[in-house]
Design a protein around this ligand. Structure first.
Ligand SMILES: Cc1cc2nc3c(=O)[nH]c(=O)nc-3n(C[C@H](O)[C@H](O)[C@H](O)COP(=O)(O)O)c2cc1C
Length: 316
């Protein structure tokens, strides 16, 4: 079984990847998407979105970080994939699932799922351009309005040379509304010979048990569930191994939040750092009552020094 941390643009940046992968149980993670238009992006863009490239494409915990590209032009995706590889990307992941309006108006993300033939051309172009040793992988939703073409899309990605497929088991029209249709992961795995990961709505070990039973696959990608409960991957690994595991309590999570805040504060201007803190804390508040209390205290606070006092200093 492999467990991956999902790419989440605007939320799972390198700092959160650092903190979450240090908790453990995550086999690999992915950068936020790098938007590719009709140009070769400067090296600085890759370094900004995927700073781990400068440390062997690994988080501090040693977890592999893959680079995700999003776009619709096979040629320019291939050119930028080559650059990412030159900078050290161990895997190129292609995003065919982003539901954001701006992204889809300019033809990227989930809208491409209406055109399986284009999916094939994109993967094939990237596959042909990057070194043979670098896997090209894909992440897809089930479709745009409906899942009528889901199997065709998966087949097209496989035929184009994708080495692995993550299926976020919902259409663009479903947005993030539960449920996730894990049965579609099984249908997709039936028609392609590459490893398929199930993704969507795994918030707990119980969800994982059900997802595993319904999808039939053995590999999983966790997004919001892991952001809200940082040891979810460890909980799942223990459940799979049949070993005892005591879930982390807030006393163990709080130092992670403190470290996250310290890193965000060191990087961001004072007016942006509080937003980042509140964003993660809002997710943690779903799992830990103490985080809910802390969130209520910080939500209207924008002064970084006062937030330092509320969040507390990380133990050195
Ligand atoms: C805030 C946010 C940002 C996301 N950004 C990306 C992204 O950059 N690339 C991508 O492939 N998927 C992105 N996704 C989708 C997630 O990777 C994942 O497929 C989705 O959240 C479902 O999994 P979950 O239910 O475990 O969260 C994003 C999702 C959210 C909520």
């Amino acid at each position: 079984m492999q467990i991956a941390l999902a790419p989440m643009e605007g939320l799972v940046d390198d700092i959160l990847r650092d903190v979450l992968t240090r908790v453990g149980g995550v086999d690999w993670c992915v950068s936020e998407f790098i938007r590719v238009n009709e140009q070769l992006l400067p090296v600085s863009v890759f370094r900004r979105i995927a700073p781990e490239l400068d440390q062997g494409a690994r988080t501090r915990a040693g977890t592999e970080m893959r680079v995700q590209l999003l776009g619709s032009d096979p040629h320019w995706l291939a050119e930028n994939a080559v650059r990412a590889c030159q900078l050290g990307a161990p895997v190129i992941d292609l995003n065919f699932g982003c539901p954001a309006k701006t992204v889809n108006r300019s033809r990227g993300g989930a809208v491409l799922l209406r055109e399986p033939e284009l999916l094939h051309r994109i993967v094939a172009a990237v596959r042909a351009a990057v070194p043979a040793a670098i896997p090209v992988t894909a992440k897809m939703r089930l479709g745009y309005e409906d899942s009528d073409q889901a199997l065709d899309c998966a087949r097209a990605l496989a035929a184009g040379g994708a080495a692995q497929l993550v299926v976020h088991a919902r259409t663009k029209a479903d947005a993030y509304r539960p449920p996730a249709y894990w049965e579609w992961v099984a249908r997709i795995q039936d028609v392609v010979a590459l490893p398929v990961y199930a993704n969507g709505e795994i918030w707990s070990v119980d969800d994982w048990h059900r997802c595993r039973a319904v999808s039939g696959v053995e590999d999983f990608m966790l997004g919001r569930g892991l952001v809200a409960r940082p040891d979810l991957a460890l909980q799942i690994a223990a459940a799979r191994a049949g070993t005892d595991y005591v879930p982390l309590e807030w006393a163990s999570i709080r130092p992670l939040l403190q470290d996250y805040w310290r890193q965000q504060r060191a990087r961001l201007p004072e007016r942006f750092a509080p937003g980042r803190l509140k964003q993660w804390l809002a997710w943690l508040a779903r799992s830990y009552p103490e985080a809910e209390t802390l969130f209520a205290e910080v939500r209207r606070e924008s002064d970084c020094a006062r937030l330092d006092a509320l969040v507390g200093a990380p133990a050195q």
